[in-house]
Design a binder for this molecule. Structure first.
Ligand SMILES: [Zn+2]
Length: 79
């Protein structure tokens, strides 16, 4: 694994524990777990990005994003 050292040199910020962003995302429409690079469509809603396994899922999401987007992402963080 290649280490990338950037300009974050003040010693306070380290990415040692979370070097890689999770590549797995959940399609909010069908609930499929897919790798982000496998997502064929993406949509932005409420300032967040959502990824989909198919154009069909994206179309359904775009038609009614409120029905699929998690209402309050902070809730999940509480757990
Ligand atoms: Zn899907």
């Amino acid at each position: 694994m290649q280490r990338i050292s950037g300009s974050l040199d003040d010693g306070r910020i380290t990415f040692g524990q979370q070097e890689a962003e999770p590549d797995e995302i959940v399609d909010p429409v069908c609930g499929a777990r897919i790798e982000r690079r496998q997502a064929v469509a993406a949509s932005a809603y409420a300032g967040r990005a959502f990824f989909f396994c198919s154009q069909e899922c994206k179309a359904r999401f775009d038609a009614d994003p409120e029905a699929f987007a998690p209402a309050d992402p902070a809730k999940e963080a509480e757990r």
